[in-house]
Design a protein around this ligand. Sequence first.
Ligand code: RIB
Length: 287
Amino acid sequence: MTAPQITVVGSVNLDLVARAETLPVAGETVTGATFAQHPGGKGANQALAARRLGADGSMIARVGRDANAEAALALLKRDGVDLFGIVEDEDDATGVALIAVDAQGENQIVVASGANANLSASDVRKTSACDAVLCQLEVPVAAVMAASDIETSLFAINLAPAMPAPIGLLERADLLIVNEVEAAFYGDNLHRGDGLVALTLGGAGAVLYRSGKELVHMPVFSVPVVDTTGAGDTFCGALVLALAEGQDPGEALRFASAAGALAVTKEGAQPSLPTREEVEAFLKTQG
Ligand code: RIB
């Protein structure tokens, strides 16, 4: 099978991660954390996830003219994601995400968008035809609108983080991917188009809908939870890859759920993204 060409239009961040026993509440200081720095950003994570699982991947994004850009792009570069569409921003710094992770693997994330906020429709319009386009909402909606015009047979949006988006954009998508918080934000608008809607439910698994009707429910795979950061991104990259390969929706959902499950078993977003071999080996153990 030829590897599907998947273009991701989205964010690139450098993740600064503090791992502590508990997450702070407003006004609280938590001490005793350990620190790590990893490449991240929902866009970059999803591009790398699809690439590790077998895509011929490329990324459209903006980074700053700074040292953080090199660190943030290091794993995309190493794993062969095409970075021809990365623009160096003249004005703003590479995006940074401050991430706190607790002993149960739950996280809190604050993103300083920097150059991601300047990704423009014209940055995106240079993109040529591909098998699938995958976007998120850590970049301006205008860039995502421009991405919806790229010639492709699968236009997907991970509506994360939730923010206002034109109904026409949601209707145009062949696949929308949301978690429970995002699903509550968009409500019935998710189901106005003819595309698939994937809803991730944490410990209750994931569901695929079409036209508001449930097609398939996949229970969660039971794995030790180390760090949930990037698990949703892994699910998105894997689901788009599987659908672009022609897997049927049920198979694709199982594949994506397995990839997402493996991502929570390791620390960090990009360092935890599984390979195709790891996902296939894991699925064999699940009967
Ligand atoms: O989804 C996880 C990602 O969200 C992190 O890598 C962080 O950069 C934020 O964008």
